[in-house]
Design a protein around this ligand. Structure first.
Ligand SMILES: [Zn+2]
Length: 106
């Protein structure tokens, strides 16, 4: 997802920092801190990348909808809202009341 070169750079930096921590801190603490860095760094990178993508999305006007759909849980795609009973379903007729009146819900 995010820039692989940047990831490797951060990985190398975190490796150097974790080796430094091994020298400064006693054994269990140094290892724990190193592991924390290896877990936190990629998360931090991804968070920064996602917020940057969201910024681009606002510029083009379509990114927000794309991410909104993604956060609904993958395979759902476009959902429809029944205009009669407000039930959310996957299209066609409403499974609750059978009405075909619906609008797309992004
Ligand atoms: Zn309905």
């Amino acid at each position: 997802m995010f820039n692989y070169k940047t990831y490797l750079l951060f990985l190398g930096a975190s490796l150097a920092i974790s080796i430094g921590l091994q020298m400064i801190l006693p054994f269990p603490y140094g290892l724990g801190a190193a592991l924390a860095i290896f877990i936190v760094f990629p998360l931090f990178l991804r968070k920064r990348y996602m917020s940057r993508m969201r910024g681009y999305g606002n510029d083009s006007g379509t990114g927000g909808g794309f991410f909104g759909m993604g956060s609904q849980g993958g395979s759902a795609g476009v959902r429809y809202v029944c205009l009669v009973c407000n039930n959310k379903h996957k299209g066609g007729s409403c499974p609750r009341c059978g009405s075909k009146m619906q609008r797309a819900d992004f």
